[in-house]
Ligand binder design. Structure first.
Ligand SMILES: NC(=O)c1ccc[n+]([C@@H]2O[C@H](COP(=O)([O-])OP(=O)(O)OC[C@H]3O[C@@H](n4cnc5c(N)ncnc54)[C@H](O)[C@@H]3O)[C@@H](O)[C@H]2O)c1
Ligand SMILES: [Zn+2]
Length: 369
């Protein structure tokens, strides 16, 4: 059978010494997994970890492509949703590995959104002290953010992402065509991370997004590929300078201090991560005007792009400020009780500040009620 001519695709390299890897981005890459994997020279067995939404849509295609390259895989499915990022699933999955006779040359594929990526990545980090692992992200958030950088892990009842490991993938395959089946709401939530990359690192990209947001959200192939590629380049750049988050990598948390606290207060129900950080970015931009000299007009541009892409900019009246403050301090990114806030000194340039007071935060939250 001769397959259709391979589609054009883009490649981004994550430079991390002997842990370096490529991110391939393009429509239809799922069917080319065999070609793209071949240069890595892995063994001929693997496991595809996916969730109950994504598996039925795409697992068979990935499995067929891998089979064409001589790799035999088994598909293991977890229930869709954040609840699956838990030890229960780690144990359930990993107990199958000896039965499947996986060895150090076997490959773990993470086919799905950030939940599957974090879970499968963690499983691959700890089985036999580390199996090679390939990210096949299918949500926009996973394609532009979670699949790159090697953070893997699961949640505890006490908090999100409290257990985990740094384990870089060997390859990231981003098939942008899979976004066609993602819900509008999830797509917009992923777009919040896209515009975050522009705000913290690249004013030109931010301006490009202001012009092309509708195209991206309508899944125009060229626009989507460009947006995903630029985000991956930015994330790759940041991660290769600070793999283990001792400095620069923190800038990726722009909007996340308030966003995470809001997610915690909402008990992770009814509020998507991208929606929470949208409101968080509005507050952080306002704080940047006050504390680090961001131009008012640029803070407004951030708010406007968020609003124009159908994301929330208003927190709503019911939020309890005392609880919010407490939740922010519990966030593991605060050190010694002092909040380190990611702010902007200008559009496209993030800085970490510890000069934000409780009073500033209350004011900011009040502005966006
Ligand atoms: N490791 C990191 O660096 C990092 C960074 C950011 C976020 N995260 C983690 O990522 C997770 C959130 O990821 P997410 O937003 O992708 O959530 P998710 O994995 O739950 O996916 C969202 C929903 O979309 C569905 N879905 C995914 N792709 C689809 C497709 N192509 N078609 C139809 N449905 C599809 C999923 O089944 C799920 O219901 C959180 O747990 C967060 O902590 C990790
Ligand atoms: Zn995020």
């Amino acid at each position: 059978v001769s397959l259709a001519k391979p589609s054009q695709h883009q490649t981004v390299r994550v430079a991390l010494g002997d842990r370096s890897y490529d991110i391939h981005i393009g429509a239809g890459l799922l069917d080319r997994a065999d070609d793209l994997l071949k240069p890595l020279g892995f063994g001929n067995t693997g496991v595809i970890i996916t969730d109950s939404n994504v598996g039925p849509l795409y697992a068979a295609r990935l499995q067929a492509a891998l089979a064409r390259g001589g790799m035999e895989t088994v598909v293991l499915t977890v229930p869709a949703g954040e609840v699956s990022k838990a030890f229960r699933q780690v144990e359930r999955l990993i107990k199958r590995f000896p039965q499947l006779k996986l060895d150090r040359g076997s490959v773990v594929f993470a086919l799905g959104g950030g939940v599957v990526g974090d879970l499968a990545g963690f499983v691959s980090a700890i089985y036999l002290r580390g199996l090679p692992f390939v990210q096949v992200p299918t949500s926009l958030l996973a394609q532009v953010d979670s699949s790159v950088g090697g953070k893997t892990g699961v949640n505890l009842p006490q908090g999100k992402n409290l257990v985990g490991a740094f384990h870089q993938p060997s390859l990231v395959l981003v098939d942008t065509a899979t976004l066609k089946t993602l819900s509008q709401r999830e797509l917009r939530a992923g777009f919040a991370e896209v515009l975050k990359h522009g705000a913290i690192y690249d004013a030109r990209f931010f301006a490009w997004l202001e012009k092309n947001d509708k195209k991206v959200l309508k899944l125009d192939p060229a626009a989507m590929t460009h947006a995903v590629k630029r985000c991956c380049e930015i994330k790759a750049d940041v991660v290769s300078q600070d793999e283990r988050e001792s400095g620069l990598r923190a800038i990726l948390n722009f909007g996340h201090t308030i966003g995470h606290a809001m997610e915690a207060l909402a008990d992770y129900e009814g509020l998507l991560h991208g929606e929470a950080i949208s409101m968080g970015m509005c507050c952080a931009a306002w704080l940047s005007v006050k504390v680090t000299g961001l131009k008012q007009a640029d803070a407004k541009r951030i708010e406007t792009l968020i609003k124009n892409s159908g994301l929330p900019t208003r927190i709503g009246g019911s939020l309890d400020l005392v609880q919010l403050g407490r939740a922010m301090r519990l966030d593991k990114k605060s050190r010694g009780g002092k909040l380190r806030f990611v702010l902007l000194s200008r559009l496209g340039k993030a800085v970490v500040s510890d000069a934000v007071t409780d009073n500033d935060i209350e004011e900011a939250v009040d502005v966006f009620r």
